[in-house]
Design a protein around this ligand. Structure first.
Ligand SMILES: [Zn+2]
Length: 224
């Protein structure tokens, strides 16, 4: 059994970015905690409870019951001292002692995603009693591929997880976000539509001879 922490800026990033992989961890008997760092909606409206309920339902469909909401402000992480973003991440790492952490990609178009990557990197420092042995960045449709076309921002995955057996569960989890105050599930051909989510998974899969995959950048891996 491995302890896993998935850090997500907004309710839905965890599902779009790593839903199939999360489900796979759960089926393998791993313990997964999802931390959704911002409320995800207050840049647009104040119905945070509906969004949290949708996130709980999505995670439940992936088999995760430990979902945490530190409640930082949506779309405003870049205006906060980085320390304030690091603090809840360090707290959850101290609490659940994860060996593997999934976080955002540093080159995403979304500023909260970028801030979380930076904060995660500090919170997982490989020093002292820090339990984290492996750090991976996931991609989020309509943010990662919308980053600027410069090498240092590019998402160049080097880890591919076969999700052909869990893609349907991921899509079921995505549907949990359809009925919130302002739906996070737009129609095709939006990159976050269910159809596009399947195509994305197939695209990442065929890159490496799988029917469906989620792709990650391995940031660090420590072996005993
Ligand atoms: Zn997001």
């Amino acid at each position: 059994m491995t302890r896993i922490l998935v850090i997500s800026a907004h309710p839905d990033d965890e599902t779009y970015g790593a839903g199939g992989t999360i489900r796979k961890h759960v089926l393998q008997g791993d313990e997964v905690t999802v931390m959704i760092v911002t409320d995800g909606v207050t840049a647009r409206h104040d119905k945070t409870e509906m969004q949290q309920a949708a996130a709980r339902l999505a995670c439940e469909r992936l088999g995760v019951s430990d979902v945490r909401f530190p409640g930082l402000p949506d779309q405003r992480l870049d205006g906060m001292p980085l320390l304030e973003v690091i603090r809840p991440i360090s707290a959850v790492i101290n609490d659940v002692r994860p060996e593997v952490v999934y976080t955002h990609h540093r080159g995403d178009a979304n500023q909260d995603h970028r801030a979380l990557f930076a904060a995660t990197l500090v919170a997982v420092r490989p020093f002292g009693s820090n339990p984290v042995k492996k750090v991976l960045s996931y991609e989020v449709a309509s943010s990662t591929e919308w980053g600027p076309p410069f090498n240092e921002w590019a998402f160049q995955p080097n880890v591919f997880v076969d999700i052909s057996e869990t893609l349907d569960d991921k899509l079921h989890a995505v549907e949990a976000y359809r009925e919130t105050h302002q739906s996070e599930v737009p129609p095709y051909p939006h990159p976050r539509s269910p159809e596009a989510t399947r195509i994305f998974a197939q695209h990442r899969g065929v890159m490496v001879g799988m029917k469906a995959a989620e792709a990650f950048v391995l940031v660090r891996s420590l072996k005993d």
